[in-house]
Structures are given as C-alpha cells and as structure tokens.
Design a protein around this ligand. Structure first.
Ligand code: TRP
Length: 472
C-alpha cells in the first residue's frame, strides 16, 4: 500500500488542493473549461455512428436504460479513477503511475495507454479525414439528386483512391498539431470552449428539421420503443463496451486531462455531468438522423454506411437538406477533432515530460508518427483500397488497429486502472482527491464510487474483455 505521505514532496498541497511543486505545469483556467475540454474528449464519432444505431437495433428504450446503467456503474467510476490518478500526480499518463507507485510495474499501464491512444488515432484520423472531405463535397453540391448507387460509388471511389484519403489525413493531423502546439489553455481549452457549444447549436438545428418531416414518428419509434426481448447477454456486453469508448476511458486521456484540472474541480460531479451531456448528444444525434432515414423508407444502418452513404442520400432529398448536409458534417468534424485532440495529447504530454522535449517537437514527432502509420489504414479501409490485400492475423491495417485498440488495449488498460485506484492506491489518497482534501462534505458518493471501482467495474470490464476476445 502506498500511504498518503509517500512521495510527499510531490503531493503536498496548499489549501485549495493545488500541487505546489509543479507551478509551471499548465492548467485549465476554470471549471467550465475543464467540463468542456473533457466533454470534447467524450464526444466523438461514437455519438453519431455507433450509439443511435445500436440503440435502435437493440431494443430502443430498453437498450438506452442498459446503456445508462453501464455508464453510471462502470464507465463513470473508471473515469473517476483516471481523474484521481491524473490530478493527484499531475503528470502524464506514464509518469503519474511512476509518481504514485514508484519502483513498480504499474507505469506499464501508462505505456499501454500511450500506445493505445496512438493505435486508436491510426484509424480514427482516417475516418475524420473522410468527414472533413465530406464537408467540402457537400458544400459544392456533389450529392444533389444523388441515388443510393451514386452515393455508394462516390464514397468508394474517395476511400479507395491512393491520394485523396492521405491528403485529408494530412489536413486532420495538421489541424490537431496546431491546436496542441498552442498548449492547454490557448489550444485545447480555447478550441473546445468555442466548438462544443457550436456543436450543440448545430445539432439542434438538424433535430428541428428532422422532427418536422412527415414520417418522423417512425424514426423516433425505432429509437425509443422499449423492447426488452432484444436484450441478450451479448447486447449487455456491447453496451458496456460502447460506454467505455464513449466516455474515453482506458487510454489515459482522462488521466492526462485531469492532470490539468484545478484543485477545486469536483471529480465525481464532473464525471457524471460529462456522462449525461454525452448521452444527450447521442440522443440528439439519433433524433437528427433516424426520422429522416425513415421518412424515405431507407433501412437504418450504422457505421460508415450511415455516415457517408445514407445521410448524404436522405439530406439530398429533404427541403433545405443541401444547407443542412454541410452543417451536419461540420458538427461531426467538430466532435471528431476534439476527441482526437484528447487522444494525441496523451503521447504528446508523455514525450514532452519524459524526454524534456519542447512542446512543438513532441507534437510534430507524434503527429508525424500518426500520419505515417495512419497512411496504412487510410489505404486499407475498403476492399478496393491499395493496401487492402495486406493482412495481419487475417485483418487489414484499418481493422487491425481498430481491433487491437478497442478490444485489447482499451479493456486491459481500463481494468488495470480501476484495480490500481481500487486496490493499490491508498484510500486516503482516493478520498482526499474526490473530496478535494476534505473541503467537500459529501461522504456517501465517494463511498459508493469506491465500491463500484473496487468490485463492480473490474468484473464488468473483465466480462467485456473476454467477450470481445470470443472467450465467452
Ligand atoms: N470518445 C470518443 C468517441 O466517442 C473517442 C475517444 C476519445 C476515445 N478519447 C478516447 C475512446 C479514449 C477511447 C479512449 O468517439
């Protein structure tokens, strides 16, 4: 056990709970900034192409209930665990473990998180590139009067081109680099404070349009009908898996971001607020998409088929759709970008602090790596891609990065993180963090969360892990 005094010079704090020894380290400037930056990490393509479709397919309201339970019982406690680690140690994902558990193997969890963040980026950045490309395509009216075949053909020819996906991948990586080089307050904080509110305004505009279409009711009933008969153990495990990915836990993002929180930010309420805002965004996304899909009698689907084929198709048919389509892709680009910023900050903070690199160097090295390896997945995302024939363990690069990051690195890292906070870190440190050094008088919630972190979360994560590996 580590007692609260170990590493005391690092952990000694003033009354507001700010660590005194690292005054030069950057901080978010306010509670709003903390909330919006972390929400920016949680929001992402998952809200658009995973959540609404899974909800509709797996029993609507019944799945939603299950999802909310998974978020509250497992993902939020895992997020709180990351917050405790990051804010206590005020270091990057690897060194936080070094500070809290010196001379142990725990820092390997941080290394896995750094590697996992890069792995997610290797394929996520390609998809984000397609989203950027679709803003341009929809602005110049490429989808006016398009048919299903036309939309499918446009998507396939873009994704299987040997140049276009690489150019857009470069644009994505460039945008992220610019934000990260500016730093925590002038980069991450400023961009999320501006873009997240814009995202909510834009999605509300899309919802208003979709709900006023004839046939909207059918789309809503696809999403929110309650059918418990569709809930199977596999569906339950997919709900847990989705909850981790959505809440950005298990990749050190929340450890890294919380290392910039102020001492007065309240960790448990912040995590709960992020969870509900993220669920709200997913519900709005579903309401913006499915009424329109149903009003044209199309089959609901998820993934890239939904985003890059069905959506351009239905938006090209509805009144004002040609204006809304670029709006829709802009809002997707916003959340994809804020999610990627949080992912790339994990290796950047580590490279900067571990090797004493200047920020711009740490950013350029990491985004350079993401761009170079990302090319492999950009060229192997569809069967017609230039590199689609190259298979490792039966998977192309794109699917391989997705599989290893989401099904192996993420659950392993999430499991070890909750075990670390639940069983390795002393209770004093946990309580001191979640109560802001005793300044908050809430005792019940911290107790409940400790129970969830110690018992409920590890068991659930283990089940998801075994399920994703096909063991159960
Ligand atoms: N939560 C984001 C989404 O929904 C993706 C993401 C960002 C993520 N950071 C993460 C996923 C860390 C897992 C771990 O798209």
């Amino acid at each position: 056990m580590i007692n609260s005094r170990s590493g005391s010079s690092l952990n000694s704090r003033n009354m507001r709970g700010d660590t005194m020894e690292t005054p030069s380290r950057e901080r978010f400037s306010s509670t709003t900034a903390v909330f919006l930056a972390s929400l920016g990490s949680a929001l992402g393509l998952g809200n658009i192409w995973k959540f609404p479709y899974m909800t509709g397919k797996f029993g609507g309201g019944a799945f939603l209930m299950l999802y909310v339970i998974s978020v509250l019982l497992v993902a939020v406690p895992a997020m709180v665990s990351e917050f405790v680690i990051g804010r206590r140690a005020r270091r990057n994902a690897v060194q936080s473990f070094e500070v809290l558990a010196p001379h142990s193997c725990w820092p390997c969890v941080g290394i896995l998180a750094v590697a996992g963040s890069c792995l997610i980026m290797f394929f996520y950045a390609s998809v984000a590139g397609w989203v950027y490309a679709y803003i341009g395509k929809s602005l110049i009216g490429s989808f006016t009067g398009v048919t299903v075949e036309g939309a499918t053909q446009q998507f396939n020819s873009m994704v299987s081109s040997p140049f276009v996906p690489i150019i857009w991948l470069f644009v994505v990586v460039f945008v992220i680099s610019v934000v990260l080089i500016k730093g925590v307050q002038r980069g991450i904080e400023k961009i999320t404070k501006t873009l997240i509110p814009i995202f909510f305004v834009l999605i509300l505009i899309c919802v208003a349009r979709a709900l006023t279409l004839s046939g909207a009711g059918e789309g809503l009933s696809f999403l929110y009908k309650v059918d418990f008969s569709l809930i199977t153990p596999t569906v339950m495990l997919s709900a847990f898996g989705l909850a981790f990915f959505k809440m950005s836990v298990g990749m050190g993002t929340m450890i890294t971001y919380s290392s910039y929180y102020t001492g007065s930010d309240r960790l448990i309420p912040t995590a709960i607020r992020i969870a509900f805002a993220d669920i709200l965004a997913s519900l709005l996304a579903g309401m913006a998409i499915f009424p329109a899909v149903f009003s044209f009698g199309l089959e609901p689907q998820g993934g890239s088929g939904l985003l890059f084929i069905t959506i351009p198709l239905v938006f090209s048919k509805i009144p004002f759709g040609h204006v809304l389509l670029p709006v829709f892709f802009v809002l997707c680009a916003i959340i994809a970008t804020t999610a990627m910023i949080s992912l790339v900050q994990v290796p950047v903070a580590w490279a900067e602090e571990r090797f004493g690199l200047k920020k711009w160097k740490a950013v350029v090295i990491n985004t350079g790596l993401i761009f170079s390896v990302g090319i492999l997945s950009a060229l192997s995302a569809t069967p017609d891609g230039v590199l689609s024939e190259v298979k490792i363990m039966g998977l192309g690069f794109f699917d391989l990065f997705d599989f290893v990051s989401s099904n192996i690195a993420l659950p392993t890292c999430a499991l070890l993180t909750v075990l670390f906070v639940g069983w390795k870190l002393s209770k004093e440190i946990y309580f001191s963090e979640v109560t802001n050094e005793g300044l908050l008088h809430d005792r019940i919630r911290p107790m409940i969360f400790l129970f969830l972190i110690r018992f409920v979360a590890p068991v659930c994560i283990l089940l998801v892990f075994l399920n994703s590996l096909g063991v159960i």
